[in-house]
Design a protein around this ligand. Structure first.
Ligand code: 26M
Length: 795
């Protein structure tokens, strides 16, 4: 808690901001006005540690970490900032005392949804952990006018509408128009005095907006610097006077387009010019800012690696390699070989996916047109690398008229990391086998983590309270201390309290589900949750097929002793991903039929609230009994939702994929519902061209489900609606839904058996929380600091 902060002082600050910043009197203030007033009052308390941290970093000439990411999936800021400052309970008291509903005020804040899913949320968790650990750091990103689209369902189908988080004032950002850089595109390269210089055909100005990120207990704060694009020249008067009115506003149009919208696809790379411009815009502005800050106190650019570490969040900012070479050689006169040496010591690259369709490759035609100087530099890097490390079948950066961003990022980095033990092994052996052989120490692992401040302490107050009561305070910044819960897990009293905390969250969620979807669910049921982007490899289809099989089984024998279940789905599909959209439609059609079936009643309900986002995750995850992590082995790089469920005491039903492997190691095999093929078995299975048919023929429940779908049981108005789905399971089942179905169905029966025995169940659930310490992003960031960035905490 900030020194001297009291309920009275905070109330006075809120009222002062209401009067003098918002210019409203308490009698006429709206919920929005109160939210703004409280946000400014809380913000004032961040500024002091923020100043102090920035000062210290300058005074002590600290090495800084620069995290480059096209995505930051932050969610709401107010309550998170307040709880980290120790002001949340005081804020609630002040606000309730003023006659305003605190929960409603918190929920009035729009989510900052500047990301698609896991990659963007990881960047947000990392920012919070770097602040908590006192690692001097800047996050660089884009200030999208529209974040990830909002999802609605119309007749069960996904409909996208634009997201509008900046329509109301964002109280957390500070405009820094004095921090501005010119970013060029297109044009040509000229030779001047034997040196190549780029003459861009278009330019825009990058202008900074800073958001402070405050760590636990306000001991340190870093900056998230988001760029917006402004026209370099407001208006081309000469063209206008010639009557070329449209062309006269071209600079304005370009600037307005660049930061207009986040690309909503996290699965397929499309090769769009605007996306390349966005990536270069972020990267160039960030690097110019970094070099300017360095040159403010240092002369020798050769010593840049002693003071600067730059991390590339996937290949999206991989143009950082060539851009850094360009700035060092063309602008600062460093020679190429020295520039290569510096760049490779400074840069690190995190890979987040093995899916071939997600890997960025730009046609040399498009690339050379948008970034002609960078195309030259890339050719030079490529031939430098081929010369330095000769190999007959070497896979280079430019091949088949494409620039491969993965290879570029690999070659330009001193460390390349995967995001779970299994994934890192696969990055080495199957994604970059030749490069890894040439550079055997380059690929390392940094298993992902999540911030326990947001994902346990903030979103699950009942459980956080129980933990503090049991082991005392301080676990929030030292999550391994959760192991101290283990002896208590054997006490019936503790397990009852653990179950009571879960129940409180479930009761709250029950009301929310009723409001959002109209479906009435019982808090006595097992809440079975799968929330994540909709993708074939994540196999939501397998979940819904199993749900149908379970429904069918209940109908066969309604009086049997069924464990009541609520199947909860959440997630968005990329707008152009037809197969994923069909799965969404199927989940909604299935829910409609099952929820209206009087034979099953409370034994089975299916809910799919629209527009899953960070704020929805904060409600669903604390109320979950079971965590669905059922991807085809070898496809999910890590997963981070899996870690959030574990922390909140929900055992996993899952495959040996991504970080599930490490979750199972930590929690113990007896506290994890394992099923399905391993990565090796998956590869083996695909060799049988009839794998799906063989699996379907061996499983009566699966046959029945596919039969019902083919007959139109869930789409009586359009009986042939799911013929495509059925056909794909039979004949094009690349992700092996059929082959893993029976094992999954059996594992679900195991779950029921465990849930019927409360002592067993709550033991499992509590062990999940007690053994989740490893998955704190503090542990992850410590790993990056030691093995990649060579930085130390300033605290
Ligand atoms: C690429 C090109 C053009 C437009 C968009 C993209 C793009 C955007 C996001 C590609 C991939 C994107 O995200 C991938 C992602 O979220 N990967 C997830 O990363 C998590 C954090 O490491 C892992 O936990 C998940 O397993 C992994 O799927």
């Amino acid at each position: 808690m900030p020194p001297g902060a009291t309920v009275d002082s905070l109330r006075a600050e809120v009222l002062r901001h209401l009067s003098f910043t918002i210019a409203k009197d308490p009698g006429h203030a709206s919920l929005h006005d109160w939210r703004m007033a409280l946000s400014y009052a809380i913000r004032d308390h961040i500024v002091t540690p923020w100043y102090a941290s920035t000062r210290r970093t300058w005074d002590e000439d600290r090495k800084r970490v620069y995290y480059l990411s096209m995505e930051y999936l932050i969610g709401r800021v107010l309550e998170d900032a307040a709880i980290n400052l120790g002001l949340r309970d005081m804020a609630r008291e002040v606000i309730e005392g003023l006659g305003v509903d605190f929960n409603a005020l918190v929920e009035d804040e729009p989510d900052a949804a500047l990301g698609n899913g896991g990659l963007g949320r990881l960047a947000a968790c990392f920012m919070e952990s770097m602040a908590t650990l006192g690692c001097p750091a800047y996050g660089y990103g884009l200030r999208y006018e529209h974040g990830l689209f909002r999802q609605r369902f119309e007749g069960g189908r996904q409909v996208e509408t634009p997201e509008d988080w900046l329509v109301t004032t964002n109280p957390w950002e500070f405009d820094r128009p004095e921090s501005a850089y010119t970013v060029g595109f297109k044009g040509h390269v000229e030779s001047r005095d034997g040196r190549d210089v780029w003459v861009p055909g278009e330019t825009v100005t990058a202008s900074a907006h800073d958001t402070p990120v405050v760590g636990w207990q306000g001991r340190w704060a870093n900056t998230l610097r988001l760029w917006s694009a402004k026209p370099t020249t407001l208006f081309d008067l000469e063209r206008f006077n010639r009557g070329d009115y449209a062309a006269a506003t071209e600079p304005e149009q370009l600037a307005r387009t660049i930061c207009r919208v986040l690309y909503p696809d996290d699965t397929t790379y499309a090769g769009k010019e605007l996306r390349l411009k966005q990536e270069f815009f972020l990267t160039s502005a960030a690097l110019q800012d970094i070099l300017r800050r360095y040159c403010y106190t240092h002369k020798d650019l050769g010593r840049l690696p002693e003071r600067v570490a730059i991390q590339m969040n996937d290949t999206h900012p991989a143009i950082a390699g060539p851009e850094l070479i360009r700035l060092l050689t063309d602008k600062h006169g460093v020679d190429f070989d020295a520039a290569m040496d510096v760049a490779r010591k400074v840069l690190g690259f995190t890979n987040h996916t093995l899916l071939p369709e997600a890997l960025e490759r730009w046609s040399t035609y498009l690339f050379g047109n948008v970034l002609p100087r960078h195309m030259q530099i890339i050719e030079r890097i490529d031939s430098w690398h081929r010369r330095t490390y000769p190999r007959p079948h070497f896979v280079g950066i430019v091949k088949h008229h494409e620039v491969r961003m993965g290879e570029l990022a690999f070659i330009m980095s001193h460390k390349v990391n995967g995001v779970s033990a299994l994934h890192s092994k696969l990055v080495k052996s199957s994604l970059f086998p030749e490069l890894s052989a040439l550079h055997p120490d380059r690929v390392v692992n940094q298993t992902n983590g999540v911030t326990p401040r947001r994902w346990l302490n903030l979103c699950n107050r009942p459980l956080a309270g129980l933990i503090t009561e049991t082991i005392g305070d301080g676990w929030q910044a030292d999550l391994d201390r959760l192991h101290e819960l283990e002896p208590h897990v054997e006490e019936a009293g503790f397990r009852d309290a653990f179950a009571a905390a879960k129940r409180a969250n479930k009761v709250a969620l029950t009301g929310w589900i009723k409001d959002r979807t109209g479906v009435v669910v019982s808090p006595d049921a097992l809440f079975d949750v799968q929330v994540k982007r909709i993708h074939e490899y994540k196999r939501q289809l397998m979940n819904v097929l199993q749900t149908i099989a379970h429904w069918h089984a209940i109908r066969q024998d309604p009086q049997a002793d069924w464990v009541p279940r609520v199947k909860i789905f959440g997630g968005k599909s990329a707008p152009g991903y037809f197969v994923a959209k069909e799965i969404i439609h199927l989940i909604n059609d299935t829910a409609r039929v099952i929820n209206a079936d009087p034979v099953v009643g409370d034994r089975l309900k299916v809910v799919y609230p629209a527009n899953y986002n960070v704020s929805m995750a904060e409600k669903l995850i604390p109320a979950a009994d079971l965590s669905e992590q059922i991807s085809t082995a070898g496809k999910e790089a890590s997963g981070t939702g899996n870690m959030k469920f574990m922390m909140n005491g929900a055992p996993t039903i899952g495959t040996l994929d991504g970080a599930n492997v490490e979750i199972r190691e930590q929690v113990g095999a007896e506290n994890f519902f394992l099923f399905g093929m391993t990565t090796e078995q998956v590869a083996e299975r695909r060799k049988d061209p009839d794998h799906a048919r063989h699996a379907i023929e061996a499983s009566q429940p699966l046959q029945d489900v596919l039969q019902m779908l083919a007959e139109g049981r869930f789409s009586p108005d359009h009986p042939d609606r799911y013929h495509g789905v059925v056909d794909r399971v039979w004949h094009h089942d690349y992700f092996l839904v059929a082959s893993d179905f029976a094992a999954y169905h059996a594992a679900q029966a195991e779950v029921d058996a465990a849930y019927r025995d409360p002592a067993r169940w709550w033991r499992m659930a509590a062990f999940n929380t007690a053994r989740s310490g490893f998955f704190s992003s503090d542990r992850t960031i410590r790993g990056y600091m030691q093995e990649i960035w060579s930085t130390e905490s300033a605290l």
